[in-house]
Design a protein around this ligand. Structure first.
Ligand SMILES: NC(=O)c1ccc[n+]([C@@H]2O[C@H](COP(=O)([O-])OP(=O)(O)OC[C@H]3O[C@@H](n4cnc5c(N)ncnc54)[C@H](OP(=O)(O)O)[C@@H]3O)[C@@H](O)[C@H]2O)c1
Length: 340
């Protein structure tokens, strides 16, 4: 198996492996299952792990890292690249540093490599279930929250800071106040939601994109089987003696982004790493470029179809604008990237 490539990020001395193991599972995995799967992933060669306060996977990831050190699978924690995310219920200036420290406590780490704002919205309460009532949903104080993120980096709690699910419009808001620009925007991206305009925008701003749900999050509550059951991808896979999943992951990699994909299955996690020693032909790339596009993950499907949530989804993609008009809400325009 060819080695995992790495990518340099702005304002971060440590390179990031281009493929990471996701830890958001559906149905949610218990601590022991998640820990065992993460250890297996370390044995298979994964060195980049993506977690979030909201996934409940920080603790099993922390335990798996401690166990990997005990077993000698890794010599030092520095060999790993760990990403976690600020949950919306802590998205205000005075709660960012305490929230990052809480995640570090869950992870039993002194620092994370990347800390991301999970969604561009604030919730004024801690939530146990979704959808939520509209009264607790508020616009993000971009300036205050980004200052808090910068403080986390200045304090050494994280090596790099970034955002997730941000449209070009929201990125511009961050860039207008940032002393340290976001290193990463982690967004849904795959052959059926290609994010071409957002990618172009981020490239001009030096913001690296990480693709989440690169397999379309099949068999989860937030995803579907459009990728795994795509005939176009299956035909390419058959001709190349690869799997449909490998074709989708290789496509994302060839677009110059990094990716986080989740498998807690030993064979599939190995399969997903075998994308570095072959490439797609121009003709195959053309076929994928022409696949019909539709966004999978919407904030409205998580928090409910409230006006602010629908506005944010609309900023992030045309498909959501259709959803928005269905609920009778006027759309706002993002000139640089209507697809972001
Ligand atoms: N920032 C955000 O808002 C956000 C949102 C969503 C996800 N994420 C992150 O991105 C990670 C990955 O995204 P995701 O989990 O949504 O979706 P994904 O990686 O596209 O798909 C995961 C699903 O595909 C299955 N799978 C994995 N490898 C496969 C293969 N080779 N063949 C067939 N099925 C395969 C997995 O099942 P098995 O485990 O059974 O293999 C799981 O059901 C998440 O875990 C999370 O860390 C971030």
């Amino acid at each position: 198996m060819a080695g995992i490539q790495q990518v340099s990020l702005s304002s971060c001395e440590k390179p990031m492996p281009v493929i990471g193991m996701g830890t958001s599972s559906y149905p949610p995995a218990d601590l022991e299952t998640a820990k065992t799967a993460i250890l297996e992933a370390i044995k298979s060669g994964y060195r980049h792990f993506d977690t979030a306060f909201a996934y409940g996977s920080e603790k099993p990831l922390g335990e798996a890292i401690a166990e990997a050190l005990r077993l000698g699978l890794i010599k030092s924690r520095d060999e790993l690249f760990i990403t976690t995310k600020l949950w919306c219920s802590f998205a205000q200036r005075d709660q960012i540093v305490p929230s990052c420290k809480m995640s570090l406590e869950n992870l039993k780490l002194d620092y994370v490599d990347l800390y991301l704002i999970h969604w561009p919205v604030r919730l004024s309460e801690m939530i146990q279930k979704t959808p939520v009532v509209k009264e607790i949903i508020h616009p993000l104080d971009v300036k205050g929250v980004w200052e808090g993120m910068e403080e986390c980096k200045d304090l050494g709690l994280t090596k790099a800071i970034g955002v997730s699910n941000f449209s070009c419009k929201k990125l511009e808001e961050v860039l207008s106040v940032a002393k340290i620009p976001p290193a990463i925007n982690q967004v849904e991206m795959n052959p059926v939601w290609q994010q071409k305009q957002l990618r172009e925008f981020c490239k001009t701003k030096g913001i690296h994109i990480t693709a989440y749900s690169p397999l379309g999050a099949n068999n989860t509550k937030w995803g579907d089987n459009r990728i795994i059951e795509s005939e176009v991808l299956a035909d390419i896979a058959k001709a190349r003696e690869k799997t449909t999943a490998q074709v989708a992951l290789r496509w994302a990699y060839e677009q110059g982004v990094s990716l986080v994909t989740k498998s807690y299955n030993k064979e599939r996690m190995k399969e997903n790493l075998q994308i570095f020693d072959w490439s797609l032909t121009g003709e195959e790339l053309d076929k994928i470029a022409n696949l019909p596009q539709r966004k999978g993950v919407t904030l409205a499907s998580i928090l409910g179809p409230h006006d602010l949530v629908l506005q944010l989804d609309a900023e992030r993609g045309r498909a959501s604008a259709i959803l928005l008009s269905r609920f009778g809400v006027r759309t706002i325009t993002c000139h640089a990237s209507p697809h972001a």
